[in-house]
Ligand binder design. Structure first.
Ligand SMILES: C[S@@+](CC[C@H](N)C(=O)[O-])C[C@H]1O[C@@H](n2cnc3c(N)ncnc32)[C@H](O)[C@@H]1O
Length: 200
């Protein structure tokens, strides 16, 4: 496995934006792009070859082929809220199968792979019609806290851009949110319950 990677992106498909995360320097930091759907491999290999620091890999974020305590950053964009939504294929057709996103397994696996003091950043900018973004963000927060993380930041609406070098496409929606978690060192036995910010 890649020995000197700094970051992991789960579910990038053809739209990785990890290089826009403020703490990620794509001129020198390596990231593994873990995509579960093998139909994206060729597209990803073509797309990301322009940046040798982004390494596409077909693998499941709930079973990462990565060692313990190694990643400084585990990032995802529009992964969790796509649960139950039909996925799209590289040719633009729909797969006919809804995605199943196992939040608890991905949270536990992220805890294993993240180094102490490392961060998880979860960005959601495409809340499916009829879903409640506050309930979704609270479910993710509770699941990551149960896995051992501490919530460091919770950005809502256009504030999500605080954590990027420049504005993310489609980032103005007021339902958007970005969660930043840290893996505490030493592990916390009785973490404080989360405080959910009031919505505008
Ligand atoms: C809605 S798409 C988002 C793609 C991209 N991040 C974006 O913002 O456009 C979700 C992606 O996550 C991938 N995915 C779903 N579950 C995954 C898992 N357990 N591990 C890795 N990738 C996963 C899907 O195959 C899909 O490509």
């Amino acid at each position: 496995m890649e020995d000197q990677f700094k970051a992991v992106e789960i579910g990038p498909r053809s739209s990785s934006v990890i290089e826009l995360v403020k703490d990620f320097d794509w001129h020198k930091d390596k990231a593994i792009l873990l995509e579960k759907d093998p139909s994206w491999l060729e597209t990803m290999a073509q797309l990301y070859k322009k940046n040798p620091n982004l390494k596409p890999l077909i693998a499941d974020g709930s079973k990462m082929p990565l060692p313990n305590d190694t990643a400084e950053l585990i990032f995802s964009k529009d992964l969790f809220c796509s649960h139950g939504v039909e996925t799209i294929l590289p040719d633009g057709q729909f797969s006919g199968k809804p995605s199943v996103i196992e939040i608890d397994k991905i949270a536990q696996e992220s805890y294993r792979v993240c180094e102490a003091g490392g961060q998880v950043i979860i960005l959601e900018t495409a809340i499916p019609y009829g879903k409640n973004s506050q309930a979704l963000s609270e479910e993710i927060i509770n699941t990551y806290i149960r896995a051992g993380f501490r919530l460091q930041d919770h950005h809502i609406g256009a504030d999500i851009n605080n954590i990027f070098k420049k504005g993310i496409d489609g980032s103005t929606g007021e339902d958007n949110f970005a969660l930043v978690f840290i893996k505490p060192s030493p592990p916390e036995e009785n973490p404080d319950p989360p405080v959910f910010p009031a919505r505008r």
